[in-house]
Design a protein around this ligand. Structure first.
Ligand code: AMP
Length: 215
């Protein structure tokens, strides 16, 4: 069977990371999240992480050069499994670069999912988001509760609020999304194969809808 390649787009807090992880599990794909790769580099305090952190803290995009390096390695590592890409491409330069990198590898994108959610709902959701830095699991104080408060169900690690989930930073990330990432949706719409899914419901309903449109 041909390896599947999916891009998932959507504003911060749209639930794309949660859905991408599920799709990856179900289809046996690598989950390529540039946000997770960057947070790992920040935690390791690598040169790349130290540089990226100054942008991430402010809710701004890190440089395309940093991202291209990460994506190039991730594409090589997942060539046998296929992938779902989450958080990339984030602007038109990245969208064009992805098209070029895939062309050079003889690969193509099979589906582009766009998860659409209202900005005010996002601000409310992200104020309640908690994450496990160790295993990357994502929770929500209202909708995805842990068995023990503040402790990851999957690995037992302590949960934290991401520094960029503070309201001011979320609003900046939404503005950056509107200005730089929304044009990527148009880019894929013109190219064909883009499907928009309403991301306002609960996780199970949205996942069911994604499965339906991927078929
Ligand atoms: P995310 O987890 O996808 O919300 O990403 C968190 C932060 O990492 C973003 O606010 C950006 O600072 C940075 N980031 C993640 N992916 C990219 C990308 N493709 N291009 C530039 N910056 C990114």
């Amino acid at each position: 069977m041909a390896r599947t390649h999916i891009v998932i787009l959507g504003p911060p807090g749209s639930g794309k990371g949660t859905q991408a992880a599920r799709i990856a599990r179900e289809l046996g794909l690598a989950h390529l999240s540039t946000g997770d790769m960057l947070r790992d580099a920040v935690a390791r305090k690598s040169d790349l992480g130290v540089e990226a952190e100054t942008y991430m803290k402010r809710g701004l995009l890190v440089s395309d050069e940093i991202i291209f390096g990460l994506i190039g390695e991730a594409l090589d590592a997942s060539k046998d499994t296929g992938w779902i890409m989450d958080g990339f491409p984030r602007n038109l330069v990245q969208a064009e670069m992805l098209t070029k990198m895939l062309g050079e590898r003889g690969e193509k994108i099979d589906s582009v999912l766009d998860i659409d959610v209202d900005s005010e709902l996002i601000v409310r959701r992200l104020s309640k988001r908690r994450v496990c830095p160790a295993c990357k699991a994502v929770y929500n104080l209202d909708s995805i509760k842990t068995k023990t408060a503040g402790v990851c169900d999957a690995c037992g690690g302590p949960l934290v609020k991401r520094p960029d989930d503070e309201e001011n930073t979320v609003r900046r990330r939404l503005a950056v999304y509107k200005e730089q990432t929304a044009p990527v949706i148009e880019f894929f719409r013109k190219r064909g194969g883009l499907v928009t899914v309403n991301g306002a419901g609960d996780i199970e309903e949205i996942f069911a809808e994604i499965r339906r449109v991927l078929k």
